[in-house]
Write a protein that binds this ligand. Structure first.
Ligand SMILES: Nc1ncnc2c1ncn2[C@@H]1O[C@H](COP(=O)(O)OP(=O)(O)OP(=O)(O)O)[C@@H](O)[C@H]1O
Length: 304
């Protein structure tokens, strides 16, 4: 008989299991089906994504990780409707994606704010474009600006803001248009570790308070574990789904989450999936053993 002995199962408590099951019963929001994508390179097609199948459910937080060049950004751009699909399909609430649309908001690493507009005008922009009156858009924009603590900067220009502030504006600008899915491609990669953590905390807080599914690309495993309900792990050349990992961590997540044995076990497991798979399997087993010892002794040794 097949026995399910996934290395992370021991960290899945009944509460986490219950939450995971509830998420999978929600309506699917983003449904990627048998997706293929190739690019031309020196006159020849190079396959970047092969047969990607993945479904994200309402209010789920998904992170996508994988080795450099495995097609993470390409996948985000396909979902955004910025690239054409070669084969397969992407459905948003059951409707095929073939162009950008207001149901998908986007935030990238490079701050895509309009430099000639104030913070308030940047946030208002999409709402006014979609037909909202300037007065209503302004009042909504100010509420969003308050939500991320930037009320004193509503009339500032992007160049007067720090990197973290700019990303807060980029996030609320995307959210102000009420998308169903927020696509984020390495949004915090340019920030220093302290500001990065702050931004992750902001994002979790916002996400917990609004009805949004987040599809977040990162190469940072700590970031993925801290944020996600499930992590889509891609393989490279061509990019394929290697595994979808359920994150065995309760919510809300705190800073201490990074030190928990379940976090460390998840990181060790993801490292074994993402980096040099073959030679690191034994190494991962050692790390997982160590994590088990730590949880028994409930002390965190310096080696972590
Ligand atoms: N417009 C394009 N034309 C040709 N090749 C492209 C194009 N966009 C991406 N590629 C190629 O597709 C592959 C996947 O790129 P992509 O940026 O999606 O990977 P990634 O996983 O996001 O990488 P990284 O983690 O390094 O950012 C790379 O080999 C890249 O050179």
């Amino acid at each position: 008989m097949f026995v399910n002995s996934h290395p992370l199962n021991e960290w899945i408590t009944p509460e986490i299991q219950d939450r995971n099951e509830r998420i999978l019963k929600r309506p699917p929001v983003l449904d990627i089906q048998k997706l293929h994508k190739s690019f031309e390179h020196k006159g020849k097609p190079v396959e970047v994504l092969r047969e990607i199948d993945f479904t994200a459910y309402k209010r789920e937080f998904i992170c996508v990780v994988g080795p450099s060049g495995c097609g993470k950004s390409t996948l985000a751009r396909l979902v955004a409707g910025l690239e054409t699909i070669d084969d397969g399909q992407i459905l948003m609430d059951g409707a095929a994606v073939n162009a950008p649309g207001p149901d998908r908001g986007m935030v990238f690493q490079s701050y895509s704010l309009f430099p000639w507009m104030t913070v308030k005008d940047n946030v208002m922009f999409g709402m006014v474009e979609s037909g909202m009156s300037k007065l209503t858009a302004e009042s909504e924009a100010l509420q969003w600006i308050d939500l991320v603590g930037l009320e004193k900067f509503a009339d500032s220009y992007p160049h007067q803001l720090s990197g973290g502030m700019k990303q807060r504006v980029a996030i609320i600008r995307a959210l102000a248009n009420q998308p169903k899915v927020l696509l984020m491609d390495e949004p915090f990669a340019a920030l220093d570790p302290k500001n990065r953590l702050k931004m992750q905390q902001y994002l979790l807080e916002i996400w917990q308070n609004i009805d949004i599914t987040i599809f977040f690309i990162t190469h940072d495993l700590d970031e993925a574990i801290y944020l996600a309900d499930r992590i889509l792990v891609l393989d490279a050349h061509p990019g394929r789904v290697k595994e979808v990992v359920n994150v065995p961590l309760p919510r809300p997540r705190e800073e201490e989450t990074f030190l928990s044995p379940a976090f460390m076990a998840t990181k060790a497991y993801l490292e074994s999936l993402v980096h040099h798979e073959d030679e690191e399997v034994e190494d991962m087993e050692d790390k997982l053993k160590m994590v088990r010892m730590v949880s028994v002794n409930s002390e965190v040794p310096d080696i972590f």
